[in-house]
Design a protein around this ligand. Structure first.
Ligand code: GLC
Length: 788
């Protein structure tokens, strides 16, 4: 079943799609961290630079998840017969063979029609803000062929938010200039705001197209190419021998090239082209970029850099377990998904328009990336640090292009920053980062450390009638936005989360000698812990929250939403009660929220709107936060299972979340990345339908759940803590991990089939006392761990 549409390559580095009619477009994000191209298995998708809202390049269609258009198309016309096809196979569905390989930074399509074999590679290299297309056509037949070959892409420049509302009006600001082997696309109106603004200027960038083979003709007028009453499957521009001469200004833009090619039997023809972005200025630099992109060597070098970049990055952490699905996912696609999230936050996907990189999510993405590249993660943390107010409130977003943001009503945001910075310090020991001074949103500056403590202070100060933190208009559950809207409702989850954050920052505060503040935090954590265990236990699980009127949310007496996942999971992660109670929390979660796909985030689904809980009760039952199987929250739960030593349960849940274990016709979205959720049982026949693919905190938490909690190698300020929690069937497994400049190769043996527990550790052949591997003393260390 799972191989119906394709499967992983042996090592997992590629997902090979073998037929074009997948249940949904299965996409890849091709990126160097700044330019980003969403590219489906047939070349569909769009692109942007840093911030999709304001620096858009290729156009996204309104129904992209169903229609997968516009696309990066290559048309071929047989000049003798006039027959036309697309090497993408879609939208002109001809072709006797099809294969698409999604890999790290590239998508490679191969197809064949009437003895013309096509190879179309798309990639985005480090160092050039462009997507590169490499097309190769081979005549596999016996007759010489005369072909016209066309490339086509639609451009939408700059502020896409306005463009999507007012496309025709926005087109009035478009300009293009066609050169010998390149095209420039510019926009004479731009302002980074949603909607129209009287403030305006030129878009500071321009898009370009450059190619290695001089086309017979190029055009930029999209309307003239497609023609009236037509679409991309029958464009008018292909009918004449040469493309019409049409340079667009004040109209919709496309970049279309036509090459005329003669192919003798057995011969191949190659062209490379780049579509990208650069500052809208004629400088030696911008000219050189365009010139270089007319040379094949540029593309060959860029392709090599792409492969080297991803290989190098992914080599920093590798695992080997007895489960090949897990190995493939963790060693390649989980990391790749994580990097996409890290760079673009909850940017655009095929399923949501996308916002900015959101604060809560960006902090978690940085946490995920930490073991791969802590320096990179630090860069994002530094950027995130700009989005705080003096009173400890945080902005909802932390955009990459320097736009100011307002304070968010979500109360948990600042704590995620503290948690991520604590992880950065464990990973690097770089205490100097805490003293970096960064501007505040409301003027003035404060250090990273001051921002961390201001955030904690705020959550400590904002307490409700029971002494728990206020939930206001929502915490992690964004859509539970009315529980405390009047200012009295309280969050049990946030109380637990606060305790966890205090525990994680405590060693850092100790080392800085900030004892008075730490003492205050600990007193508050003890107090909160007492309130949670005395007043929030409902017999078999913890209450989720208290409404403004004091009534509880998530208790046995309720008909709907009587148990919520996070206040069980985080009770465990924060160690908020004794082991017996915590185990009971996990049992209750499995009993009421467990499904074959993972865990629902609450149950039973709300069918009645509750104005005092919020939007969560308005989603259709079984969808999104209303009792869907929520991957992100399930991933937290894996960590909790490990913390209680329930290795078997942890691996079991991990496996249930793996996308490739699902029936692709039911799940529909990509089998190589996590989706944010899949529809829960209350969605009836849609149960198991994947939704909101790619952009989800699931990637960060699944990664760390496996490396730090299941395999159990977790950084601390003074070394690596070894604490595995595995499936007892795992007799041998290993991890290779970089830490403080050294490589640790850690082999685990589990001769008596334990779920957890360490009997002995050897570091470079010498026994280690306890379970902490000391900081490195050499470039590499070999470690053996025996469980027992
Ligand atoms: C999405 C958001 C995340 C939020 C969750 C629940 O995953 O990206 O920030 O916590 O939904 O609302």
């Amino acid at each position: 079943m799972k191989a119906k549409y394709g499967d992983f390559s042996e090592d997992g580095a590629e997902f090979i799609i073998t037929r074009p009619d997948t249940p949904r477009p299965w996409i890849n994000y091709l990126t160097n961290g700044d330019y980003c191209a969403l590219c489906s298995h047939t070349g569909g998708g769009f692109s942007f630079y840093k911030d999709h809202r304001f620096h858009s390049v290729l156009r996204r269609g309104p129904q992209v998840a169903l229609q997968d258009s516009p696309a990066r198309l290559v048309y071929v016309k047989d000049q003798e017969t006039g027959e036309v096809w697309t090497v993408n196979v879609h939208p002109i569905e001809k072709g006797s063979s099809f294969e698409a390989r999604h890999g790290m930074g590239y998508t490679h399509l191969r197809s064949r029609y009437r003895s013309i074999a096509a190879s179309l590679l798309f990639f985005v290299p480090p160092g050039i803000d462009a997507e590169m297309w490499r097309l190769e056509l081979t005549n596999t037949g016996r007759k010489p062929r005369r072909l016209s070959v066309y490339s086509f892409a639609e451009f939408v420049l700059g502020n896409v938010t306005l463009e999507e509302m007012e496309p025709t009006f926005q087109a009035l600001f478009n300009e293009s200039v066609i050169g010998r082997q390149h095209i420039l696309f510019t926009k004479r109106w731009w302002h980074p705001l949603y909607g129209w603004s009287e403030e305006s200027g030129n878009w500071p960038y321009r898009a370009f197209l450059a190619t290695t083979v001089r086309p017979a003709r190029m055009m930029t007028d999209r309307g003239a190419f497609i023609g009236p009453f037509r679409s991309a499957d029958r464009p008018a521009g292909l009918e004449p021998r040469l493309l019409p001469e049409a340079m667009a200004a004040g109209k919709d833009l496309a970049g279309v090239c036509q090459w005329q090619v003669r192919l003798a039997p057995g011969k191949s023809w190659r062209v490379d082209l780049a579509i990208g972005i650069q500052p809208n200025e004629n400088t030696p630099d911008t000219r050189r970029t365009i010139r270089n992109l007319q040379k094949r060597e540029t593309y060959d070098a860029a392709w090599q850099r792409t492969a080297e970049y991803w290989r190098g990055l992914f080599d920093t952490v590798r695992i080997s377990t007895p489960d090949p699905d897990i190995n493939r996912m963790v060693n390649y696609w989980n990391k790749y998904q994580l990097m996409v999230n890290f760079h673009f936050g909850r940017g655009p996907s095929y399923y949501h328009k996308g916002q900015w990189p959101a604060m809560r999510d960006s902090c978690q993405d940085a946490f995920g990336v930490m073991p791969l590249d802590a320096e990179l993660a630090k860069g994002n943390l530094r950027r995130i640090a700009h989005f705080f107010f003096a009173d400890g409130r945080a902005c909802g977003g932390c955009n990459r292009i320097g736009l100011p943001e307002g304070p968010s009503v979500k109360v948990d945001l600042p704590l995620w920053f503290s948690l991520a910075v604590a992880d950065y310090l464990r990973e690097t020991g770089d205490f100097a980062f805490l003293d970096e001074s960064v501007p505040l949103m409301d003027g003035g500056r404060s250090t990273v450390y001051e921002k961390m403590t201001a955030g904690i202070n705020r959550v400590i100060a904002d307490r409700g009638p029971r002494g728990l933190p206020l939930i206001g208009s929502g915490d992690w559950n964004d859509a539970a936005n009315r529980i405390g809207a009047e200012g009295r409702g309280e969050s049990v989850w946030l109380a637990q989360f606060l305790c966890c954050v205090i525990r994680e920052v405590a060693p850092i505060m100790e080392r800085r000698g900030d004892r008075p503040a730490l003492a205050r935090y600990r007193t508050r954590a003890d107090e909160v812990r007492r309130i949670v265990s005395d007043k929030c236990w409902d017999g078999e699980w913890f209450v989720r929250a208290f409404k403004d009127d004091g009534s509880p949310v998530g208790v046995k007496g309720s008909k709907e939403g009587f148990i919520w996942i996070n206040s069980q999971t985080w009770a465990v992660i924060a160690g908020i009660a004794d082991a017996e109670r915590l185990n009971q929390c996990l049992d209750s979660v499995e009993k009421h929220l467990g499904t074959e796909y993972g865990l629902m985030n609450l149950a039973p689904a709300f069918t009645q709107i509750d104005e005092h809980i919020g939007t969560i009760t308005r989603f259709r039952a079984g969808w999104k936060e209303n009792a869907a199987v929520f991957s992100h929250a399930s991933a937290f739960n894996i960590v909790a299972r490990c913390m209680l030593g329930r290795g078997k349960d942890a691996v079991d849940l991990f496996r249930r979340l793996l996308p490739m274990t699902k029936d692709p016709d039911q799940y529909q979205v990509e089998p190589y990345v996590y989706s944010q959720f899949c529809a829960g049982p209350a969605a009836g026949k849609d149960f198991g339908r994947g939704a909101y693919h790619w952009l989800t905190g699931t990637a960060a938490w699944m990664m760390r759940a496996m490396t730090d909690y299941i395999i159990g190698v977790h950084p601390e300020l003074d070394g690596l803590r070894i604490q595995p929690a595995v499936d007892p069937k795992w007799k041998r497994f290993s991890i290779r991990r970089r830490f403080r400049g050294a490589v640790y190769e850690i082999e685990f043996e589990n001769p008596s089939g334990r779920e957890t527990g360490v009997k002995a550790i050897w570091l470079d052949g010498r026994p280690v006392r306890g379970t902490l591997l000391p900081l490195p003393t050499a470039e590499s260390h070999k470690v053996k761990v025996v469980m027992g």
